[in-house]
Design a protein around this ligand. Structure first.
Ligand code: IMP
Ligand code: MG
Length: 186
């Protein structure tokens, strides 16, 4: 069997239905880019992507923003093999640049319990940005454990574990172009 067929077979076996197809995602990302362009006119926003999950969203989003901008990356402790948040967040790779005086837009793939963002917002605010807003592609409001203000949301989704478009399960499936529901326990 060809390698690509094996991969396809694995997807068919363990991955459930498409929740958001790639065109729907891209259309929404462009809308978010347009809103950020309007809201930051006259400014130079600094878009900080939270690795690794937000990398693909970030790459599409920055190309939908018609302004001069800069960006950086931060990596925080991930779920590993689990699909539940531990509430413990560790910085695995810190930003390259200072945030002082910058209009920071934190780019996240998905807000689930909110614990990761809550921690990061405290941490980044202490670095004296001029402003700090959050954009998240996906939001699971039903799972929230701590209040966080997400300024721009792509899609509110039901309480399902999803993969694709940067989101993983144990580091796999990030490269799927659509967001799909994982069949847990398979
Ligand atoms: P929170 O701290 O519970 O809000 O979790 C946020 C992080 O958990 C996200 O940045 C993702 O990396 C991960 N996560 C939460 N839900 C999912 C999901 O449905 N699929 C994949 N990763 C998820
Ligand atoms: Mg993440």
């Amino acid at each position: 069997m060809a390698v690509s067929n094996k991969w396809q077979a694995r997807i068919n076996e363990s991955i459930g239905p498409v929740l958001l197809d790639s065109q729907t995602i891209l259309n929404r990302v462009r809308e978010l880019g347009t809103r950020i362009t309007q809201d930051y006119r006259g400014k130079t926003p600094h878009l900080v992507a939270i690795l690794k999950g937000a990398s693909i969203f970030h790459a599409d989003l920055v190309r939908s923003i018609e302004l001069e901008l800069s960006y950086d990356f931060i990596a925080v402790g991930s779920y590993g093999k689990l699909t539940k948040s531990s509430g413990e967040v560790r910085i695995l790779k810190d930003l390259d640049e200072s945030l002082e005086g910058k209009d920071v837009v934190l780019v996240e793939d998905i807000v689930d319990t909110g614990l990761t963002l809550h921690y990061l917002v405290q941490n980044l605010k202490a670095r004296d940005p001029k402003s700090l807003k959050i954009v998240a592609l996906l939001n699971k409001p039903a799972r929230r454990e701590i209040d966080v203000t997400v300024d721009y949301v792509g899609f509110d989704i039901p309480d399902e574990f999803v993969v694709g478009y940067g989101l993983d399960c144990d580091q796999s499936y990030r490269n799927l172009p659509d967001v799909r529901i994982l069949r847990l326990g398979k």
